[in-house]
Structure formats: C-alpha cells, structure tokens
Design a protein around this ligand. Structure first.
Ligand SMILES: CC(C)(COP(=O)(O)OP(=O)(O)OC[C@H]1O[C@@H](n2cnc3c(N)ncnc32)[C@H](O)[C@@H]1OP(=O)(O)O)[C@@H](O)C(=O)NCCC(=O)NCCS
Length: 184
C-alpha cells in the first residue's frame, strides 16, 4: 500500500479560482449544493434537509483528509470567500494508486467553464504531486454536462466496465501516462 501525505493541505490556484480546504463557515453554501434537487439530479445520494448536516459533512471530510483518505476542495472565485462548488479526489483503491474524482457546482456558477478550470488543476495535482496512476469518474449516462466536462478533459469512456449496483453509471478513466504524454 502506497502512503499518501495530504497534510499540510494543498491549496490550488488557477486563473480565476482558489481551491481551498472546507471550513465550518462554508456550511450554508455547502448546504445549497447538498440540498438542491437540481445539483443532485444525477447523483445517488440523499439530499440534506438541515444545515447541521453540512456542518457535520465538513467536519467529517476534514477528518478524512487528516487521515489521508480523501482530498476535498472548496471551489471559490479569486478575491471571494464564498464556496461556489466542490471537487474531490476520493475512493482511493489499488493500494492508493487509483482515485475517483467527484464534483458539484452551484447552478448559478455553471456553464462558465469553472469546473473545467478546477478539474484541470485537480487532475494535474493528482498525477504530478500525488502520482496516481489513474483517475476515474463515475457518472450517470444522462448527465450530459458531466460527460462533456470529462471528455473535454481527456477522460476516456471505458465501454465495458460496469458500476456494480448502479446500472445508470458509466465509467470514465484517465491514465497518468496518457495525461503526461499529452501535456508535453
Ligand atoms: C457537472 C457540472 C460540474 C458541469 O459544470 P459546467 O459548468 O457545465 O462545466 P464546465 O466548467 O466545463 O463549463 C462548461 C460550459 O461553460 C461554457 N463556458 C463559458 N465560459 C467559459 C470559459 N471561460 N471557459 C470554458 N467554458 C466556458 C462552455 O461553453 C460550456 O458550455 P456548454 O456545456 O453549453 O458547451 C455541473 O453540471 C454540476 O455541478 N452538475 C451537478 C452535479 C453533478 O452532476 N456532478 C457530477 C456527478 S458525477
């Protein structure tokens, strides 16, 4: 099993964004994401009904980071503190060499290229710094925006892999060697 060291937490900066660690004061904004039927439409998870669930969620994710189990960023616009979305690397498998990417964005901030910018930074960090050999994404087949996002960012659909228990999901993969080759 490969040892990952996620502490101290790595903030990522892009042209328009700062990806930083979640804080308890993000609970209201996080709750907007987790209680929205629109955001959760293609995600198999229960909607939150109370902001205290977001507070607990934030505490739990930060504990997971401290235990090197997950990397979870709040997406913010440069110069603003408000959380507009989140992105994570999680579900580390195959001896910590494979990670899954997950993301969601407040609908007010969709269709501006924000997630694409965040994903590029997270993929680069995942391959260059954490040295994962593969990053995967599980997405529902009807989730057009998510599929477009992944395809724009070099992820390839694995046509025969299935997500046991989630028949609507399809699986995209990006291999480190392909990513590095294409970044030359
Ligand atoms: C999946 C999700 C994050 C995609 O968000 P998004 O904003 O569409 O993604 P992007 O950041 O790639 O933005 C792309 C769009 O921004 C537009 N855009 C506007 N300004 C842009 C800019 N400066 N740069 C790039 N794209 C820009 C693009 O044209 C594109 O629009 P199009 O899809 O109509 O062609 C979002 O739909 C979401 O949060 N969904 C709910 C949660 C979810 O389903 N998560 C996935 C679970 S697997």
């Amino acid at each position: 099993m490969r040892t990952l060291n996620l502490i101290p937490f790595t903030e990522l900066k892009t042209e328009r964004l700062v990806l930083r660690q979640l804080k308890i004061s993000d609970a209201e904004d996080q709750f907007v994401l987790r209680s929205s039927a629109e955001v959760g439409k293609y995600i198999a998870r229960d909607l939150q009904t109370d902001v205290s669930q977001s507070e607990k969620f934030i505490e739990d994710r930060n504990e997971d980071i401290a235990q090197n189990k997950i990397m979870y960023w709040a997406i913010t616009l440069k110069g603003e503190t408000r959380l507009v979305g989140t992105i994570c690397l999680w579900n580390f498998t195959v001896g910590n060499t494979v990670a899954e990417v997950g993301y969601d964005l407040n609908p007010e901030f969709q269709k501006k290229g924000i997630m694409s910018e965040a994903l590029k930074a997270v993929v680069s960090y995942g391959f260059q710094n954490l040295e994962f050999s593969r990053i995967e994404a599980f997405t529902q087949i009807e989730n057009q925006s998510s599929k477009l996002l992944l395809m724009k960012n070099q992820f390839q659909l694995h046509k025969t892999r299935i997500d046991e228990g989630f028949p609507k999901n399809i699986i995209f993969e990006l291999y480190r060697e392909d990513y590095l080759l294409n970044s030359l």
